[in-house]
Write a protein that binds this ligand. Structure first.
Ligand SMILES: *Cc1c(COP(=O)(O)O)cnc(C)c1O
Length: 176
């Protein structure tokens, strides 16, 4: 129910934002990294440029860093290809190969991950205040409820019982 409402709002807002932006001659860029192409295709809803962190759902195995821009129309393709060539940001051949292999199982992975919310193929435990969110000023982190003892568990596609048993074991055998 909530999922459908969020999806409806996403579609509605993106269509409206695109109409307003285009009426003023502006381009619309959507960072679609969190949704992945499996769950959302913003080019169909009016966006001109869609950005994906291929590091996440597209490659899917936490073994490379890459980004993808999907664009509408040939002139944008030419402009971005020119810039990419000029700046020299082409992806290494081996990373392209891993990305291509990863994308074959993207739909399977994303659908499986939906059972437990967003995640990679493997689970990850982190302390956001000292790692991913360390660059955010302490006062801002605190205001948003990111306390220093917060432990983030990002659940992958492993067997749920295995994960629970592993956590149980780690917690019960840790320092007393
Ligand atoms: C992770 C992420 C990025 C950055 O992606 P990298 O491939 O790790 O550089 C950009 N946008 C969003 C929304 C992300 O979640």
């Amino acid at each position: 129910m909530i999922k459908n409402l969020v999806l409806f709002l996403f579609v509605f807002l993106l269509q409206r934002i695109s109409e307003i932006a285009h009426a003023h001659g502006a381009l619309v860029l959507v960072d679609n990294s969190i949704m992945s192409p499996v769950l959302s295709q913003p080019l169909e809803l009016g966006a001109d440029i869609v950005m994906h962190s291929a590091t996440k759902f597209i490659a899917g195995h936490s073994d490379l860093m890459a980004g993808i821009l999907a664009v509408k129309g040939e002139s944008l393709v030419r402009e971005i290809a020119f810039l990419q060539n000029a700046v020299g940001t082409g992806l290494a051949p081996f990373d392209c190969c891993l990305c291509l292999r990863g994308i074959k199982t993207m739909a399977l992975r994303v659908e499986k991950q939906q059972a437990k919310g967003a995640g990679s193929v493997k689970s990850l435990i982190s302390l956001p205040c000292f790692m991913s969110h360390a660059s955010i000023p302490a006062s801002v982190r605190e205001a948003r409820g990111l306390t220093e003892d917060l432990v983030r568990i990002s659940v992958g596609i492993e067997d749920v019982e295995d994960l629970i048993n592993d956590l149980d074991y780690a917690i019960s055998s840790g320092p007393k």
